[in-house]
Design a protein around this ligand. Sequence first.
Ligand SMILES: Cc1cc2nc3c(=O)[nH]c(=O)nc-3n(C[C@H](O)[C@H](O)[C@H](O)COP(=O)(O)OP(=O)(O)OC[C@H]3O[C@@H](n4cnc5c(N)ncnc54)[C@H](O)[C@@H]3O)c2cc1C
Length: 403
Amino acid sequence: MRHLPFDVVIVGGGPAAAAEAIRSSRRVRRVAVVSDGYGGCMRMLANQRMQSYIPELDIADGTRRLAAYVQGLERTSPTGREFATYVFHLIRDVPIAHVTGNVIGIERCGRDFAVELQGPSGFAVLKAAEVILATGLTPRDPGAWAPPGKTVTCFQAYHEIGLEQTARYAGRDVAIIGSGNSAFQLAASVARMARSVVVLAISYVGLYPQETNDRFGLRAPTQQTLEMIAKTAARDCLGPLNARSAECIAPIWLHVYEQLTWHPRERCLTAFVRLGDNTARVPAISCALARSAGRLRKCEGADDRYCIKLAGENLTVISAIGVKARVPETAWNKLVEPDSRFVRHEHGRTEIDGLYVAGGCAGYPSVNMMQSPARTSECPMPQLEANAGGDAAFRTMGLPGAH
Ligand SMILES: Cc1cc2nc3c(=O)[nH]c(=O)nc-3n(C[C@H](O)[C@H](O)[C@H](O)COP(=O)(O)OP(=O)(O)OC[C@H]3O[C@@H](n4cnc5c(N)ncnc54)[C@H](O)[C@@H]3O)c2cc1C
């Protein structure tokens, strides 16, 4: 076990880590960044476009501009791959130690921290006075409704669709559980290959900014999906996604559900739907069409309660029910806030002295809303011209994955 002393170790390799690497390298001398995948989680989108516009995604004080990575003059948003490449290059440019590895634990080591990692050539420990967690997001665990062996998370679905691995969706009935942008955007993607697509939402959050002030409201690419849902059964009424030229576009349905149940013996997923929860225009149209098509059937003895049964043989379920912080094992069991499932913090400071948090795992919903942690004592060290000490130290010590 070897210990190298760093002033700051940043755990993560996405946009938050890039911003913190730039900032830390100007403040202190010995900085390391550790990641199991530089570029961040947006790489999973591959050639699918992000929602944010290019200027919203530029990292402040970076050496590069995102616009240089975006192909096509008329494009306003990058693809996931373009953004990840930009972030990768930004981090690589910062003259600090770059370590490839998965951080498996963080604990106190005297007044410092011991950051334990598993790299390509084994286990190592980095010692640091400060640690910044910039470890991003992971999907929330699906509930008991999830059919075993038939359910994937939205991250898996984005990843597979990005790689054109379509076996799980092509010719199948796809149920997408979720009410956010991921659910609707995945619906549009899988509709190009699936037999049918149903979005089962716990609520209809409305379009931002027309129908809601909620910043999580549904955005422009989602609007196209909603248009397609509204026109699902009216095939002579063409929208951008169900134009006749686009082959194999499956109908997309949208229902706000009250309850979901997986019946293992019948191998069937049942969604219970109340019409009273489906009064917004698009779900109301979709429910009316589904009733006339015999897809939504009235439950016995209930005025307003209907159900839709999705048979297991041909079913794929995508769980798009939200995200939570991805954090390595630590000795502090109150680090993550149980309700929000993000790291508990005040202006980026956790309850543990010297442990900071940035980006998605701190609950910031988008790149342009991220804020850097404010230090307990903002006492900058003298700025240094070059900051390559960490890299050299890694090369001489032969630590795993240092490059
Ligand atoms: C489907 C989807 C679409 C989105 N679209 C947008 C959008 O258009 N615009 C926008 O602003 N935001 C978008 N977001 C939110 C976006 O994910 C975040 O804004 C951004 O990626 C967060 O950056 P981050 O650096 O905090 O985390 P990430 O980008 O997740 O990067 C964290 C990185 O840290 C590394 N890591 C994690 N744990 C460890 C560990 N233990 N050891 C070593 N390395 C580790 C991982 O390799 C990971 O790549 C989207 C999110 C999703 C899920």
